[in-house]
Write a protein that binds this ligand. Structure first.
Ligand code: C2E
Ligand code: MG
Ligand code: MG
Length: 837
């Protein structure tokens, strides 16, 4: 072959010579009714091969490839166009077989130092049958056909079609008009808000480029960014966007808006063509805006190439005070490995997670665990592509701190943001001073305690994870800010309320069953304590809570606390709680739950504020302990009786007879006696359990309640009598007309001959005193036993009591009189008991 017609390196025809050879070949094929095709070959990564193995090896590679082409097509049907580009003409028939053979042979094309190096080849194909063009143009088209696959790491081929040509034309348009698009402001910045999970306020905005072209119309990033990236021109857009963002920030600050951080996107080639770190820094410092107000978004895919270099650049950004975010996290393969090596400030979860979420349980688990991992690494999180309310609530639950997506807002230009503000329809900006607080409460993973809840009990079977909630406690209001699905179910089940993250006045909470827990919440918030407490639920069950303070809001002065429901006791003791524990809040200050077979017991004791909360004490040998305790806690006068009466046998006997056991006695507090009422019942479902409640009766109100209640049971008087055999007599007096009747009297008392009923109790008493009361006490007795004196005493102390000696069968007998005021069927009644002491 003529040396002027061949390529010096490979010995193949050069391009010009090939054009004429191919032209002739095509004509002869057409004459023989065959379809011709042009193939264009691009050896991928030739530059890298040269730098890795040297030029000599590079030349060997090119020569070997030329030899391969000669073997397949013949040495007059192929050529080297230049560099690592080759072309060939062949028959269309069986063309794919030929291509596959070639790709196969490329796998072992060269050896360097005895090692086979695999070569990637991209092939573009032009079929003349689609349009009869010159060989020259066919070569161009075959080359264009290569473009869509030119970045693939794998060998492959692609046919030319008309759209490729159009794409090329567009590509050229973008490149040619870029500078103009910038100077004429065809490129515009659209802003998409990033919303904080806990307050749904805008905490950041992302700047996204749009190209609004006078000829081609609206172009989205997908239309021009890849082209500019490939042409290594994207840095122009990125720096321009930054400049626009800085201008906007200044404008917003000057017009009284909170200045939230703005994030900008960078491409890989930004780092190749200039010192982008330096360029960005220069512009920001020149604008007077703090560096930490700009977030740099870098996609995971950028890092793949030349990792060490990129790591260095990211470190530089961070050292200079920028936040660096990993964009599209989870879209590639290297995510976890990268996280070990680069400390990003935030992970932005790729939109694909949201698309997967509705598809099944696994996506939820994966996202939840990744979120947990991010929080353990101390990295903030965003999910992008959030489009539905369900996604929002799930993300809030798993502690995703920020959310971005069409659910909140599509990207819009600055003018629209301002316009929306003016109309009052834009999502408000977060006050940057609150950001740290919001970040802290947003990060709590409400699934964190799920590990504890693995015991097999009813509670855990019902709730898949522990119910957890973050509550913000203010002076006037509380807000149920974040909670998980379990808490939502818990609240709905026990309070019948569907939570919606609402803010509620504290006064409202204090009215309901939540009053006790409110007291604790305030305590935890104020004192920063971690507390384990019990709280009574509306159905009487007792919930065991863990409460811990999280953070103070410096702006609103609210304090965030996290509450976890660790257990709910409603299984075995269900009946107790359901029927009686509710009364604990109002009536009982002590409640015992006793196993009659073992005499083991649990004590619930109200201890906080409105008596909502109970702590537990477990013990054994209940009756013996109770009698022992009586000797130290009871008012001296009542001890002996208590010890006598409060035996297991006696209690059960009474219950068998009347359904309940009731005993009234006095305890001592600060040296003063006060009356309490003890009531015992057996559990109807399981007779081996006994429930005993002890309540105050020193307040008039409570006393009335107890007597009322007891009367409804129609056992009050008999019970009173049964409680103490020492009662001599009980009178029921109507204080409105002074009439009275004797309810019951023992025989001793009967011997006094006092009338069993009469018109005026107080008059009769004064008369009777002359013979029934011992002389030395008579005067005092008469003074104290006037109607006025008795009622006055009851009014101030809740009970009238006095002592005197009676003359019974000529004997001086010391008696104690007690009188209380009750309501019977809406009427006042005084009940007076006289008892031997
Ligand atoms: P990106 O940084 O991941 O940006 C998020 C993209 O998701 C944006 O598309 C945004 O409009 C879109 N998006 C946000 N929320 C939703 C949603 O709920 N549903 C759906 N379907 N999409 C949502 P956009 O603006 O088309 O940007 C695409 C990509 O182009 C960006 O992805 C970013 O990688 C790149 N890009 C955009 N502007 C610039 C720029 O100025 N410079 C550089 N280098 N790249 C940019
Ligand atoms: Mg982005
Ligand atoms: Mg993204």
């Amino acid at each position: 072959m003529d040396v002027t017609l061949v390529d010096y390196l490979t010995g193949l025809p050069n391009m010009n010579y090939f054009m004429s050879l191919a032209s002739a070949k095509k004509d002869s094929m057409t004459g023989a009714q065959q379809n011709a095709a042009i193939l264009f070959f691009d050896l991928y990564g030739m530059r890298k091969f040269n730098s890795e193995y040297g030029f000599d090896n590079g030349n060997i590679l090119l020569k070997s490839f030329a030899k391969l082409l000669t073997d397949l097509f013949g040495n007059t049907s192929c050529c080297r166009i230049g560099g690592d580009d080759f072309a060939a003409i062949t028959e269309e028939q069986r063309i794919e077989d030929t291509i596959h053979e070639l790709i196969e042979n490329c796998k072992a094309l060269v050896k360097v130092d005895g090692q086979v190096v695999e070569v990637t080849i991209h092939i573009g194909v032009y079929l003349f049958k689609s349009e009869d063009v010159s060989v020259n143009m066919a070569c161009d088209r075959a080359k264009l056909a290569c473009a869509p696959i030119r970045h693939s790491n794998e060998s492959g081929f692609n046919y030319y079609d008309i759209t490729i040509s159009e794409a090329n034309e567009k590509r050229q348009y973008i490149i040619d008009n870029l500078d103009k698009a910038i100077s004429e402001h065809w490129i515009k910045v659209y802003y998409q808000p990033i919303v904080r999970g806990v307050n749904l306020r805008v905490c950041d905005e992302e700047a996204l480029a749009r190209w609004i072209d006078p000829v081609k119309g609206f172009l989205s990033p997908a239309d021009f960014i890849p082209i500019l990236e490939e042409a290594k021109l994207i840095y122009k857009v990125d720096l321009y966007i930054l400049e626009q963002v800085l201008e906007k920030m200044k404008y917003m600050a000057n017009h009284g808006f909170f200045m939230v951080s703005q994030s900008i996107n960078l491409s890989r080639s930004d780092f190749d063509v200039c010192d982008i770190v330096e360029e960005i820094c220069k512009r920001i410092d020149g604008s007077g805006i703090p560096r930490n107000k700009i977030n740099i978004e870098i996609t995971e895919s950028i890092l793949g190439k030349d990792f060490e270099f990129m790591k260095l650049q990211i470190d530089r950004f961070k050292k200079l005070g920028f936040s660096v975010w990993m964009d599209d996290f989870g879209s590639g393969y290297s995510s976890l490995d990268v996280l070990q090596q680069i400390q990003f400030d935030l992970l932005k979860f790729d939109m694909s997670f949201m698309r997967q979420l509705d598809k099944g349980k696994n996506a939820k688990i994966i996202l939840r665990e990744l979120m947990r991992m991010a929080s353990s690494l101390g990295v903030d999180t965003i999910c992008e592509g959030v489009e539905t309310e369900e996604q929002v609530s799930f993300l809030k639950e798993i502690g995703c701190s920020k959310l971005q997506g069409f659910f909140f807002q599509k990207p819009i230009p600055m003018e629209q943001i301002i316009e929306k503000y003016e109309k009052g329809i834009q999502i408000g900006f977060e006050n940057p001073e609150e950001s740290h607080y919001c970040e802290t409460i947003g990060r709590v993973n409400l699934h964190d305690l799920s590990v504890i809840s693995q015991n097999e009990d009813a509670f855990n079977n019902f709730f898949s994870t522990l119910p957890m909630i973050v509550i913000e406690v203010g002076e006037e209001t509380v807000r149920f800010t974040r909670y998980n699905q379990s808490y939502h179910e818990f609240f709905e089940r026990y309070y019948g309320i569907n939570l919606h993250g609402e803010e509620v006045p504290i006064s409202v909470v204090m009215q309901g069953e939540g009053a006790g827990i409110m007291v604790i919440l305030k305590q935890a918030a104020k004192e920063g304590k971690r507390l384990f407490v019990d709280g009574t639920l509306p159905d009487g069950s007792v919930a065991h809570y863990f409460i811990s303070k999280l953070a103070d809001n410096p702006v609103t002065k609210k304090i965030a606390v996290v509450v976890a429901v660790l257990s709910i006791k409603d299984s075995v003791q269900g009946e107790v709680y359901a029927n009686i524990a509710r009364a604990l809040a109002t009536d009982y200050f002590n409640l015992f739950y006793i196993n009659l077979e073992t005499e083991d017991f649990i004590e619930y004791r109200s201890n906080i504020g409105k008596d909502e909360l109970a702590t537990e004490r477990h013990g054994d040998d209940f009756f013996r302990r109770a009698r022992e305790d009586a000797l130290t806690h009871l008012y001296e006068e009542d001890r002996e009786t208590f010890v006598k009466v409060f035996t297991k046998e006696n209690v059960l006997k009474q219950i068998d007879e009347t359904g309940t056991f009731v005993h009234i006695y006095r305890l001592v507090k600060f040296g003063l006696p006060y009356y309490v009422n003890m009531k015992a019942v057996r559990m109807t479902r399981d007779k081996k359990y006994l429930i005993i409640g002890v309540s105050h009766i020193d307040a008039q109100v409570k006393q009335k309640q107890i007597v009322d209640k007891a009367r409804q049971d129609q056992i009050v008087y008999s019970r009173l009598m049964a409680l103490s055999e020492d009662y001599l007599c009980i009178y029921v007096i109507n204080p409105d007309d002074n009439s009275y009747s004797e309810f019951q009297a023992n025989s001793e008392f009967g011997s006094l001959g006092i009338l069993k009923e009469g018109k005026n109790f107080f008059e009769e008493t004064q008369k009777n005193a002359n013979f029934a009361v011992a002389e030395e006490d008579r005067e005092v007795f008469k003074k104290r036993h006037t109607k006025e004196s008795i009622l006055k005493n009851i009014e101030t102390d809740g009970v009238f009591s006095s002592r005197h000696h009676m003359l019974i069968n000529d004997k001086h007998v010391m008696v104690s009189v007690r009188c209380v005021l009750v309501k019977e069927n809406g009427e006042n009644r005084l009940i007076m008991g006289i008892r031997k002491v």
